[in-house]
Every structure is written in C-alpha cells, then in structure tokens.
Design a protein around this ligand. Structure first.
Ligand code: ADP
Ligand code: MG
Length: 318
C-alpha cells in the first residue's frame, strides 16, 4: 500500500468535523481559525518503539497513547483541545496495523472533539510524533512558575500504576494486572480536570516522568521547594494489592507514564476544589505543601524528612 492510501485510511478513520477547520488533510497546510480572545497552546511529543513503548504493544494502544500523552500536556496548561497533526514513521506499510493504530487515535480524538488536520508519513523505524493544539484565554493558562510558599500540593488520580504495569509486562499474570497495564497503555488525559483548575491552581504540570521529577520542575520554575507526605500518596487498589509499601514508594515517587496532574493551590480553596474534581470523575488528593527551601523532600510515616529515592526518567542520562 502506498503512502497516499495510508493517509486516506488514517483520514477516514479519524474523521471529526469542526467548524474552525477551514481546510484539513489534503493540501500543503491546514487552515485553522483560533477563537478571538484566546491563545493557542501547542505541544509535541514523540513515541519511539522500544523506548516509549515495548515493540509488541498493540497498535490500538500505541495510537491511543500517542495522542493521550500530548493531550495530557494541554490538560496541564488548562487548555481545551482542538486539533492535532500526526507524523508517522513506519517500517512497512501494514494496513491492518495502521487501521488499528488510527482507531486507537480516533477513539480518544472523538472523546475530546479533536480534529486530525495534517501530518507526514515516512518509512523508517517505528516512531510517532503528535502535535496538539488547544485554546486557553491567555491569563488563565496554568504555568509551572506560579507556585507560592504556603500552597498545598495536589495530584489527580493515582500514582505508580503505569510503572507497575511496565514491570508486570515482563512477569506472569497476577490479579489486578489488567488495570495497571491499561494505565500504562491507555492513559486518560485529565482535560476536564485541567479546565477546572483555571483561576484556581497557581502552578500545574502533568506527571510523565515521575512525581518527584515533575514536581521538581514546578519548584525550579517557581523558585520554591516542596514537601510530600508519603502516607498521602494516592494508590489504586490494584497497586496496593500487588506490592508491599517499600516496593510501592519508588513506583509512586519516581515511576513515569501516569499522566496525572500535579498542581499547587491556596489551602483555603482545597475543600471546594477537591469536591469539584471528585464530581468531575477524577478525584484529586492533597499530598503536601510548597515551602521556601528549594528541592523536593518526602516525609515518612514517622515524620522524618528525606531526599527522595531517585529522579525520574531522563533521555541521554548516563
Ligand atoms: P507534502 O508533500 O505537501 O508535505 P504530504 O504528501 O506529506 O504533503 O501529505 C499530503 C497531505 O496529507 C497533507 O495535507 C498532510 O498534512 C497529510 N498527511 C500526511 N501524512 C499524514 C498523517 N500521518 N496523518 C494525517 N495527515 C497526514
Ligand atoms: Mg509531507
């Protein structure tokens, strides 16, 4: 199958009609209308086979995840998703593979009324680059640099599931495995929650590289520090049922790929904020506070403060 037949296949399976797409796939560039009074939030993420997902991951899941990790970045900015482009590098023109990939991408695109407006299709080692575009009123964007000393620190959903799922892929099937592996392969971008955080969160980031690493980015950008209470870290029943506390902590503090939102906000609004988030379908948990001393520290059950076990995932690190 030739390049253009593959593009047609992707276009057909990902069809989402939006009035602001004046010209979509098929010309040299898409023509898109940004709503008056808002700015574009743009983000790109690449998934490389064997680095960001195991080579034998189902194509549906790869399609889903390649969009999900990008939407997660829009969620962390408090942006409303609108459009995406898809640069696909494929070793071979496998129609069944591309169809399943497009279906995974489309399942999530439809959920958020997101139109695929262009891309590029090339031959080479399997790699997927998605760029997403969303809207946010400029003054309401959730940046990393607004955390204030005295803020409470929160996280949506649960932490450590995806890292446990990744470990489980190499092991025999225990109880609860499905939940953890689906957290790894089909993360849920917290778009609705990001929108609820507008005007409320002082700083926000999505947890892609691990809680300590990503909260560390907020701290660096905001010139503050943070303390996290280990006993407050939210864990799924599947994770609790699978690993003991000592094994769970590194997964929850340093495990990547959860795509939850970590944010800081004034403690005075915590109750109302947590109520609203719980009603949105994804509860959040207060896990710590912002302090003046730089760096991220964790508080054990006995009250002692210590440096976290190890930093999150980094490419090119020795
Ligand atoms: P050009 O040669 O002008 O760069 P291409 O031949 O690469 O155009 O692509 C033709 C059209 O198909 C363009 O509108 C492009 O955006 C779109 N397209 C190419 N690959 C993809 C893809 N993987 N997903 C979505 N749209 C694509
Ligand atoms: Mg091209």
């Amino acid at each position: 199958m030739a390049e253009f037949a593959l593009i047609d296949l992707i276009r057909a399976r990902c069809a989402v009609a939006r009035e602001d797409v004046r010209l979509g796939i098929g010309d040299d560039a898409a023509l898109l209308a940004v709503p008056a009074g808002q700015v574009l939030a743009v983000s790109t993420d690449t998934l490389v086979a064997g680095v960001h997902f195991p080579k034998d991951t189902a194509p549906f899941d790869i399609g889903w995840k390649s969009l999900a990790v990008n939407l997660s970045d829009l969620a962390a900015m408090g942006a409303q998703p609108a459009w995406a482009t898809l640069a696909l590098t494929l070793p071979v023109a496998d129609v069944a593979w591309v169809a399943a990939f497009a279906d995974g991408f489309a399942a999530l695109a439809r959920e958020f009324d997101l139109a695929l407006v262009g891309g590029d299709t090339t031959q080479g080692p399997l790699s997927i680059t998605v760029t997403v575009h969303g809207f946010v009123p400029e003054s309401l964007a959730l940046c990393r640099d607004g955390a204030k000393v005295g803020d409470a620190v929160f996280v949506t959903g649960t932490l450590g599931d995806a890292a446990a799922g990744l470990a489980l892929l190499q092991s025999p099937v225990p109880e609860g495995k499905e939940h953890l592996i689906s957290r790894l392969n089909r993360p849920t971008p917290r778009i609705t929650q990001g929108l609820l955080l507008r005007r409320r969160a002082h700083a926000c980031i999505d947890v892609s590289d691990g809680l300590v690493a990503d909260l560390g980015h907020i701290c660096t950008a905001s010139a503050v520090g943070a303390e996290i209470d280990l006993v407050l870290l939210p864990a799924s029943p599947a994770l609790l049922g699978l690993v003991a506390d000592e094994a769970r902590m590194p997964l929850q503090l340093a495990g990547g790929d959860d795509y939850e939102l970590c944010f800081s906000a004034a403690p005075a609004i915590a109750t109302e904020l947590l109520d609203d988030l719980a009603r949105s379908g994804c509860a959040a948990t207060r896990i710590g506070c912002i302090v003046a001393e730089p760096g991220v520290r964790v508080r054990a059950a006995d009250g002692s403060l210590a440096a976290p076990p190890r930093p999150g995932w980094e490419h090119f690190s020795p």
